[in-house]
Design a protein around this ligand. Structure first.
Ligand code: SD4
Length: 305
């Protein structure tokens, strides 16, 4: 049997995020430092079209970032529709640590970040701008099933495997934290916020039980308070995979044909270091890393497999 996991992240690029998380751990960082370091890896990668720099913009051509963090102690921080600041996860952490609040949005989030000394930059890369200009020709918002070999629109041969990053970690003190960071659905309406910065939907951590995070169509994650529901299913005794599956099945019962072409993927890590995931559609992968830094990529089961 594999060694207990200390860190999990969504998608194949989670392997690089977890490597940075383990480096933070080896430098004395605890779970929050691990997930922040991991999310920063994805945010800084211009080739990741769903997180941070290089994220696909909204329909007006503006890159707007959503992120949140949650600790073992129930401390939370979030930003929504943050512009011009690449490390949304770190701004979310600053909201948690430096303000009396738990969420800042839009211009207020940006002003706070600038005030805290975060650098500003244009997050719209040439590639993302070109994709947006191409999209403008039809301006048809039709999110597809993002998987390992399809792009955000479900087109085979697209970049694939590029999506929201959700991360869960167990620190050397055996306490957990999680983070989630995204540029949201490509070509969303201006001001649209999905599940990723919403504690309980895109992320939830309960140090007695474990944590969960979500990726996919945020509207469908929010409906079932996806991550919180997974944690509660683990509390009731289900293992991480079964807990994720239970929530996916519940979403399918609730929405029927309306989720036939949607994707939601849920990822969980329990306090014992067991990882598991389940999705509506096939193609969701995640990275599982042990304390020695050994990473394996797992493929989630799917309801519509
Ligand atoms: C959102 N869940 O904003 C995120 C985005 C995502 O495909 O996972 N992208 O709804």
């Amino acid at each position: 049997p594999a060694a207990p996991a200390v860190m999990v992240s969504t998608w194949d690029f989670g392997a690089r995020a977890n490597a940075d998380g383990i480096a933070a751990r080896n430098n004395g960082g605890l779970a929050l430092d691990m997930v922040e370091a991991g999310a920063r890896n994805a945010e800084g990668d211009p080739n990741n079209t769903s997180v941070g720099l290089g994220g696909l913009p909204d329909r007006d051509g503006r890159v707007t970032l959503d992120a949140c963090v949650m600790t073992w102690a129930g401390d939370i921080g979030a930003v929504c529709a943050l512009e011009d600041v690449v490390h949304a996860v770190s701004v979310a952490r600053a909201v948690m640590e430096k303000t009396p609040h738990t969420m800042l949005v839009g211009p207020g989030a940006r002003a706070f970040a600038v005030d805290q000394g975060f650098p500003t930059q244009n997050l719209l890369t040439a590639n993302a701008e070109a994709a947006w200009r191409d999209w403008l020709k039809t301006a048809d918002y039709a999110p597809g099933i993002n998987s390992e070999n399809t792009d955000w629109r479900g087109t085979p041969g697209g970049p694939g495997n590029h999506d929201t990053i959700g991360l869960l970690a167990i620190g050397a003190d055996n306490r957990m934290a999680g983070a989630c960071s995204t540029s949201g659905m490509a070509f969303k309406m201006r001001g649209r916020v999905g599940d990723s910065p919403i504690v309980g939907a895109g992320l939830y951590v309960d140090d007695e039980v474990g944590g969960a995070t979500a990726t996919g169509v945020g509207e469908d994650v929010v409906r079932v308070a996806g991550s919180h529901a997974v944690v509660e299913a683990m509390r009731a005794g289900l293992d991480p995979t079964a807990a994720c599956r239970r929530v996916i099945e519940r979403l399918a019962r609730l929405r029927g044909a309306k989720v036939a072409n949607s994707q939601v993927a849920l990822l969980a890590l329990d306090k014992a270091g067991r990882a598991g995931a389940f999705a509506l559609q096939p193609g969701f992968t995640y990275a599982v890393t042990d304390a020695a830094g050994v990473t394996r990529i797992e493929r989630a089961g799917a309801l519509f497999a």
